[in-house]
Ligand binder design. Structure first.
Ligand SMILES: [Zn+2]
Length: 352
């Protein structure tokens, strides 16, 4: 039997963990309200990037052949979701790739931002279409399909310990527990049924399960993968044509509407003069606001939920000249919709 090649999750060390922008959906609450998420596969909600982000990628080593293989296959995600990659080796790159003899793995989504700049966030111990799509799936915020809490695989644990304890993985029991049997908290993920064809699912031999479940190695994005990446609550392509809405610096609100649950609105504004600025929403819709910049959609400045009037968001902060981005979403991603107003302007100082 061919020994399975398995990728393992890189979990952020505790000392590097810090609040990451995003919302944890409350699945039990949603179920009680009779709402079932429509999506499949599993995303860690709070680790997703802003829709439309161009993630910068830097290679820390590798031959030009290896680098070209990564570039060629990773780009497929951008056909189905509004997220893309800039392989320009920027010194500020969010995704940093090495080709060390250390298995294949990646940190998940925005966890990459907490890793020191001189360290890689993704590794390729072997290289083919399947593993490139899989590791970039992690980098976009996806977890392993077999760790989907709604998957329900009945494991033959003794056999899994035995196989993964040997070559080429040499995993100890704790590593197997963490990467194979541990499922995510239902509240943290966005997904439903297990998709056997998902690029995020390992090849699981029949001997590893007690209920007859097995899967083969997937080298392509499954139909569900393709639909799910572009789902409203993930990286919807519909926004691609729209682009961010330009906000004038004015205390007068621009009116907007979150029409579909999970929808996110993106705004941009330009600061010419350094100073204290105020961004806020108005209306009765419970929204969450993230502010990014300057000149970056991944550098989070501040996040707010309820500092404004009633359930409105408000951020007051000192800004340098540059281009800024505001992301607005409903606090309840599962069923929250509604109209709101948004404005951003320079605060007048009493002391000039
Ligand atoms: Zn993996």
């Amino acid at each position: 039997m061919k020994r399975p090649k398995v990728c393992f999750d890189r979990i952020l060390p505790k000392d590097l963990q810090k609040p990451i922008p995003g919302i944890i959906i409350d699945l039990p609450q949603a179920r009680a309200a009779g709402i079932e998420p429509r999506t499949r596969m599993a995303f860690v909600n709070k680790k997703k990037w802003v829709n439309g982000t161009v993630l910068r990628v830097k290679f820390l080593g590798g031959t030009s052949g290896q680098q070209d293989t990564v570039k060629k296959f990773a780009a497929e995600w951008s056909q189905y979701g509004n997220i893309s990659f800039d392989f320009g080796n920027s010194p500020e790159a969010e995704i940093r790739i090495a080709f060390e003899d250390d298995g294949s793995w990646s940190y998940i989504g925005t966890d990459c931002l907490s890793i020191p700049r001189n360290t890689h966030t993704m590794n390729f111990g072997w290289l083919d279409q399947g593993v490139v799509l899989h590791e970039f799936g992690h980098a976009l915020g996806m977890i392993h399909e077999h760790q989907n809490p709604l998957g329900g695989i009945k494991w033959n644990k003794a056999k899994v310990y035995e196989d993964l304890g040997g070559s080429p993985n040499f995993w100890d029991k704790a590593t197997v527990d963490n990467n194979m049997f541990k499922t995510y908290d239902k509240n943290q993920i966005n997904g439903t049924k297990l998709d056997k064809e998902s690029i995020m699912l390992y090849a699981i031999p029949r001997e590893w399960t007690l209920d007859g479940f097995s899967s083969t190695e997937n080298d392509d994005l499954s139909p569900v993968d393709k639909t799910f990446i572009g789902d409203t609550s993930n990286y919807p392509l519909t926004d691609k044509t729209k682009g961010p809405v330009e906000l004038p610096l004015s205390s007068k609100s621009t009116m907007a509407n979150i029409g579909k649950p999970g929808e996110e609105d993106l705004y941009t504004f330009t600061v010419a003069k350094q100073g204290k600025y105020l961004a806020k929403t108005t209306g009765s819709t419970d929204v969450l606001m993230n502010l990014y910049g300057p000149d970056s959609q991944t550098r989070l400045i501040d996040q707010d939920n309820d500092s404004g009037y009633m359930l409105n968001a408000k951020i007051v902060t000192e800004l340098l000249p540059g281009k800024y981005f505001i992301q607005i979403r409903h606090f309840n991603r599962l069923n929250g919709t509604g109209k709101y107003g948004i404005s951003v302007y320079k605060k007048r100082s009493l002391f000039g």
